[in-house]
Design a protein around this ligand. Structure first.
Ligand code: AR6
Length: 172
């Protein structure tokens, strides 16, 4: 078991064992939270992403990889790739989004990381409907936490007020 916390703010400021990045399959950076993490964390993150790309190729949607957190207060960054809304059926998109949360947490657990902070994956440029994404995220995290005792705390870090209010309502 573990606890879930809701936070409003910028994930680059989180002191957690790992923060999760909403990356794209190239792992080469981008806008939104991805841009913010690379800007605040410095070039060491991109350097490790390049090595992963060379050795493993692109990161498919639903999968996750781990790098240094560079200059960030977190210890590690877990990069996961959310689904682009409209590219799959809604049910397939739900499953891919749930896999992002599940696989990121499994990776954290395998590294002995106890606290993990997530942004609202796919709800920006990838246009996943926010309420649907929040329900999928909370369901996937609760299911993961119930079945293990490695990860002790998961934080949902909402940057925009709409997501924050949705999570507040759904987490009760
Ligand atoms: N801290 C926490 N959350 C943030 C921050 C921040 N500093 N900045 C934005 N968000 P997006 P996606 C929230 O577009 O939809 C990138 O270009 C934002 O409010 O960052 O998964 C990648 O390279 C939103 O709720 O990610 C990919 O190409 C959430 O982060 C693509 O965007 C996700 O928005 C991924 O799209």
């Amino acid at each position: 078991m573990g606890t879930i916390r809701l936070i409003k703010g910028d994930i680059t400021k989180e002191r957690a064992d790992a923060i999760v990045n909403a990356a794209n399959s190239s792992l080469m950076g981008g806008g939104g939270v991805d841009g913010a993490i690379h800007r605040a964390g410095g070039p060491a993150i991109l350097e490790e992403c390049r090595t992963i790309r060379r050795e493993c190729g692109e990161c498919p949607s639903g999968q996750a990889v781990i790098t240094t957190a560079g200059n960030l207060p977190a210890l590690k960054v877990i990069h996961t790739v959310g689904p682009v809304w409209g590219r799959q059926t809604p049910d397939e998109s739900d499953e891919l989004l749930a896999a992002c949360y599940r696989n990121s947490l499994a990776l954290a657990a395998s590294y002995g990381l106890k606290s993990v902070a997530f942004p609202n994956i796919s709800t920006g440029v990838y246009h996943f409907p926010k309420e649907r994404a929040a329900a999928v995220a909370i369901g996937a995290v609760r299911a993961f936490l119930a079945g293990q005792d490695e990860v002790e705390e998961v934080r949902f870090v909402c940057f925009d007020d709409e997501n924050y209010q949705l999570y507040k309502m759904l987490l009760g």
